[in-house]
Design a protein around this ligand. Structure first.
Ligand SMILES: *Cc1c(COP(=O)(O)O)cnc(C)c1O
Length: 373
């Protein structure tokens, strides 16, 4: 089976992990801070590393003080984690339709979805292509709400020459094995606002305060630490930070290789009738996490099955979030999210990862050509 995505682990990555295992710290050690500093160099803003992309989103929502009854505006075409943690905090999930060409949230739909209860706009950089961040920023500023960017797909991407991570109020990343770089499980939160990042950090570290200037309770001894707001344990261990540091040093190489695959698919499919290839705005430089091709909805399932039977483990990203049974109690009106529906019904994600062999790539192209006769 050729998977749709997988990690790339080399000998340097393995050596880095082994060395960390021999060190004094398995979890909170010096590599945590080092990894955070290395990520900052890539994303252009300070960050805190956490145990998953889901944890990163939870920390982002905690940092903005999301409360029951608050609304967040999200795209339907995303992994459910974008919504899950906010919903568990009591927020109301509001959906805004996407743009058909990129799969990203449509600023016009966002504007229409704003209410006095809106707390944040949450954009997703689908497949690694940055959302329309300037337009979303303008809407967020106009209405006094936060802009959060779920960049689980997009570490290493840039928008108008600015790295993803340095644009939204808070940006979140995932280091799951199929993503652009991996720490097995892991993630990060970056923010251009030090006070928001501090809140995210504290939330990810049990809410513990160790700085005595900030204590409410000032009569205790030198052992004292205190909690003023609850947090959770979302720490990323030193051992996994070692892997992350090593992976980050390979990121620009990853980007070159992913772009090569992207361009290879595009140039092949441009000659095939019946396939729509992903569009790229000329002011972005995506780090491609997914290659999303689109076909007529009537043939999507048969092509999907044909590829799976040919041992090409394609994927569909994603079923619109509102279609999950967990959202069955919220009202979505038929025809309200026309682009999300069409995007979902026409999409197939082809294998896209560092280490995909030339023969495998050729097999994918030949199999698809064969399907289209
Ligand atoms: C993968 C992903 C997440 C969650 O990341 P995990 O590290 O798996 O928790 C969140 N949002 C999007 C868009 C993702 O693709």
């Amino acid at each position: 089976m050729i998977p749709y995505g997988r990690q790339s682990i080399n000998d340097d990555d393995i050596a880095a992990v082994v060395q960390a295992l021999k060190g004094n710290f398995l979890t909170t050690g010096p590599l945590v801070e080092q990894f955070e500093q290395e990520i900052e160099k890539v994303v252009g803003a300070p960050c805190v590393v956490v145990s998953s992309g889901t944890a990163a989103l939870h920390c982002a929502y905690a940092a903005i003080g999301l409360e029951p009854g608050d609304e967040i505006i999200t795209p339907p075409i995303t992994f459910i984690a974008t919504q899950a943690t906010a919903a568990l905090m009591g927020a109301k999930i509001v959906f805004a339709d996407i743009q058909l060409d990129t799969g990203n949230i449509d600023p016009k739909a966002v504007e229409a979805a704003i209410t006095p209860r809106t707390k944040a706009i949450v954009a997703v950089d689908y497949a690694g292509h940055p959302a329309d961040l300037d337009e979303l920023r303008a809407i967020a500023d106009k209405h006094g709400v936060y802009l959060i960017e779920d960049a689980a797909h997009a570490i290493g991407s840039s928008y108008k020459n600015r790295p993803v991570g340095s644009i939204a109020d808070i940006t979140t990343f995932s280091f799951y094995p199929t993503k652009n770089l991996t720490t097995a499980e892991g993630g990060a939160v970056s923010s251009i606002h030090p006070e928001l990042l501090q809140k995210a950090r504290r939330f990810s570290r049990q809410g513990l305060i160790r700085n005595k200037e900030e204590f409410v309770n000032r009569t205790e001894g030198a052992w004292h630490q205190e909690v003023q707001q609850f947090g959770l344990n979302y720490r990323l261990p030193d051992v996994l930070c070692a892997l992350g540091i090593s992976q980050l040093s390979r990121l620009s190489d990853f980007k070159v290789q992913r772009s090569k695959l992207f361009n290879g698919y595009n140039s092949h499919f441009n000659e095939l009738e019946g396939i729509v290839v992903p569009r790229v705005r000329d002011y972005v430089s995506p780090m491609w996490h997914l290659y999303h091709m689109h076909v007529a909805p009537e043939i999507r399932e048969s092509l999907f099955n044909f590829l799976r039977q040919s041992e090409i483990f394609v994927q569909v990203n994603y079923i619109p979030a509102y279609a999950h049974p967990v959202f069955s109690s919220i009202e979505t009106h038929q025809g309200e999210f026309i682009n999300s529906e069409y995007f979902y019904k026409s999409e197939i994600s082809l294998p896209m990862y560092v280490g995909l062999q030339d023969e495998e790539f050729a097999k994918i192209l030949i199999t698809i050509s064969k399907y289209f006769g």
